[in-house]
Design a protein around this ligand. Structure first.
Ligand code: ADP
Ligand code: ZN
Ligand code: ZN
Length: 743
């Protein structure tokens, strides 16, 4: 006999409130997760509908009190069914409870006080506004904020206050001043209106080039003839992938279907968002991580009610409850942010393909540097590969030069900047062109150590080094632990104790010393603390308010600065030396994206890659911008060592605030796995990469196998064991399939 847990109403508040029913034998084949059923409920056995969220062999209650399911609702296409199936998929393939999985796909409704939002719009006609702007521009020291505000409002009809003051950096005094003069009005509203282009502000008319057209036509033809596929658009940086997406999106919307567009949070900039708004207007909604749960919930409700047709957002937008989903797009498909870092640790790519199969939708993945996973599937024919191998307007790709840092050192140059890069920088500054300098954050971190004995000062709660801050304290970036900066080494008493400055900070100093005339901006974790920090810096750079932008990986993702003609990569090796198997791929991606920032406008670009390993395949192929050659070498390496995508890895992490319990429990699980499957490849248990964080000890076990399902079976065995285990209940165990980086 089988038993089913049934949810009566997805009220969004009590997802864990389920009722148990008997599955009649004749219905066994038809009852599984997500299926809509009719059940007798409450006094008088009123017939109501519910959704099956789990099926199991053992009843949890007295069987004599359980009632049977009355019938299965045939051909139910309710969106709830799809989402529950999706939750079951997450639970099965990535490891979690059904409740955790349901909470991932169905947002929780929270009552919150409605916040009023402020909106700015013109209070005069467009023509009058143009005259006002012209007048403003004739004044010598006019407020830049006012100029920006006018320019913005000449383009679009409403502007969100937060956006204006934070992202566009328009001082509120400027806004209030124009309001007093009656030129603009500021209103408080309950919900946003999407901005529209003003009638005479010409939307950039784009006619797809031949390659873009061919790509879009191929996909649209498949859609029209009922073929549902997953496409991988491999397009070089600046090839105009977004225009292809939008062309297909329009086609799908005209068919009365809906579209989800996933974009990495960091690339979800004002410019990108405006591209979607101006093309699709009120049919678009945008999700971002700054929204409150209530705001997200409201957007999902609008989607369900059919008020919008396009949802743009990061990973979680994948669960938008569109009833007629026709297309899912994942831009920058290779980004690691598409893998969830909370349980269930799902990957948006696989989950999107699964959701599309439930909905009968098409999937488009796009990247200049596809993940090994996606590209190998495209090669095997599982995905359809589409190439865009030239830039949208036919601009040349940047020329790339490799500088061997060992030679620099031999010729006596100890600076972070090579002579060649120095020379090119001087040239670009002279020509008033812009420069981007890129240094991986993981480089020289600001940790504190003793020059006499090498002792590194660590956080007492975490297995990580402390960082020196300007205010004379040392901080742990994981738990926030703060203490006064040490004056002497706690290990040997030496007073020669100090910190290595963060690489980007040092680089900034060097650039300022060498080129005192240059206006320099720096963008890294320290300068972007505020919510909109990175947007502010990017806007300023885009407006050519600086000549040099120095930054970490944040600056290389998807930004389009037409005036940048030189990109310098200060130390290409740093990410190569990381210990996990993704380091080659990550280096290639970062270098390619960085090189791709140069020469996107009319002037050709040059990129300089500085490295100690000029012969490394990731460096060489990135410099040549030769993805295929990189792929072949990387794939051979993965196959040799049985790493994904040639094989699969299951990481199991055991955590506990008592070290010996974490160790004991991990050993127990490892033995359990060996007992059940003596042939599976098992590594560990060993300490996690960070053996202790926030006073919690962490042990890991890794399993490797070609067969994903075999790893799923191991997970199920461990899960079952944990459910029944009496000892070590103070430990926590979780799973990570094909983890990115080291656990
Ligand atoms: P990708 O996403 O491939 O990096 P985008 O779609 O962002 O490229 O396009 C890069 C730039 O080229 C954008 O400014 C875009 O407006 C422009 N662009 C794209 N396609 C065309 C086209 N067919 N004609 C003119 N400009 C285009
Ligand atoms: Zn800490
Ligand atoms: Zn010391």
């Amino acid at each position: 006999m089988k038993y089913a847990d049934i949810i009566i109403d997805i009220s969004h508040e009590r997802l864990d409130k389920t009722f148990e029913y008997i599955v009649p034998t004749e219905l066994e084949q038809q009852v599984f997760e997500g299926v809509q059923v009719v059940i007798p409920f409450g006094k008088g056995d009123r017939a109501i509908t519910g959704y099956v969220v789990a099926v199991h062999d053992k009843p949890s209650f007295d069987v004599t009190k359980l009632k049977p399911i009355a019938r299965v609702v045939k051909d139910s296409i309710a969106i709830e069914s799809q989402l529950i199936s999706l939750a079951a998929f997450l639970k099965r393939n990535y490891g979690s409870t059904m409740n955790q999985a349901l909470k991932t796909v169905i947002p929780i409704k929270k009552k919150e006080n409605e916040k009023l939002k402020k909106e700015i719009s013109l209070n005069i006609s467009l023509d009058q506004a143009k005259i006002e702007l012209t007048e403003l521009l004739t004044k010598k020291n006019h407020a830049m904020g006012k100029e920006r505000l006018f320019k913005e409002l000449l383009e679009i009809d409403v502007l969100d206050w937060e956006l204006a003051t934070k992202k566009l950096q328009i001082p509120s005094a400027n806004i209030r001043d124009l309001e007093k003069k009656g030129i603009i009005k500021v209103e408080s509203v309950r919900t946003f209106r999407n901005p529209h282009l003003n009638k005479d502000a010409k939307a950039k008319q784009i006619i797809l080039n031949e390659q873009q057209e061919a790509a879009a036509e191929q996909i649209k033809a498949d859609i029209d003839t009922g073929r549902r596929k997953t496409y991988l658009i491999h397009g070089v940086t600046g090839s105009g992938k977004t225009e292809v997406y939008m062309d297909v999106m329009e086609h799908v919307i005209n068919m009365g279907q809906q579209v989800i567009v996933l974009i990495p949070e960091i690339a979800l900039t004002y410019q990108t968002v405006m591209r979607f708004y101006t093309r699709f207007g009120d049919r678009v909604s945008i999700l971002n991580s700054r929204m409150s749960p209530g705001e997200r919930f409201d957007q999902f409700e609008r989607a369900k009610a059919g008020e919008i047709s396009i949802m743009v957002g990061p990973r979680s937008a994948l669960f938008t409850p569109f009833a007629k989903l026709g297309l899912i797009i994942i831009d920058e498909e290779h980004e690691s942010s598409y893998k969830s870092e909370v349980i269930p640790r799902y990957h948006a790519r696989e989950t999107a393909v699964y959701r599309a199969s439930l909905a009968g939708a098409t999937v488009i993945l796009g990247s200049a540097t596809p993940s090994l996973e996606a590209y190998s599937r495209a090669k095997s024919g599982e995905y359809q590969l589409i190439n865009l191998n030239s830039r949208a307007m036919g601009q040349d790709m940047a020329k790339c030069e490799i500088v061997d840092l060992r030679e620099e050192l031999q010729s006596g140059n100890r600076s972070m900047i090579s002579r060649r890069l120095m020379e090119l920088m001087a040239d670009r500054l002279e020509k008033h062109q812009q420069i981007m300098l890129f240094l991986n954050r993981r480089g020289l971190m600001g940790f504190v150590s003793c020059r006499a004995c090498g002792h590194v000062l660590k956080c007492p709660h975490c297995d990580v080094s402390l960082h020196l801050h300007k205010d004379g304290t040392m901080k742990c970036h994981y738990c926030g632990y703060t203490t006064k900066a040490a004056k002497v080494c706690p290990s040997c008493g030496s007073k020669y104790i100090g910190s290595f400055k963060a690489g980007t900070q040092r680089l900034e100093e060097i650039v300022k010393q060498t080129f005192p005339q240059a206006r320099v901006l720096r963008m890294d974790a320290d300068t972007t603390k505020g919510k909109d920090g990175h947007e502010e810096i990017l806007s300023a750079f885009a407006a050519h308010e600086a000549d040099v932008l120095i930054g970490t990986q944040m600056i290389v993702k998807g930004h389009d600065f037409a005036n940048v003609t030189l990109v310098g990569i200060i130390a290409a090796d740093i990410s190569l030396n990381e210990s996990d198997y993704h380091s080659g791929e990550r280096t290639f991606q970062l270098l390619t994206q960085a090189v791709g920032r140069a020469g996107r406008g009319t002037e050709p670009g040059v990129a300089v890659i500085q490295t100690y390993q000029p012969e490394n395949y990731a460096v060489v192929t990135a410099a040549a911008q030769d993805y295929d050659s990189f792929y072949q070498q990387e794939f051979a390496y993965r196959r040799l060592l049985s790493y994904p995508p040639c094989s699969h890895i299951l990481g199991i992490q055991v955590t506990c605030d008592k070290q010996q319990d974490a160790v004991a429990q991990a050993d127990i699980l490892a033995n359990l796995i060996k007992k059940n499957d003596s042939e599976i490849v098992i590594m560990g248990p060993e300490d996690a990469y960070f053996a202790k964080l926030k006073d919690v000890y962490r042990r890991v076990i890794y399993l490797k196998d070609d067969d994903y399902d075999r790893l799923v079976r191991v997970k199920d065995i461990v899960d079952k064991f944990l459910l029944e285990q009496k000892q070590y209940r103070n430990t926590t165990t979780w799973f990570d399939f094909d983890p990115i980086g080291t656990l």
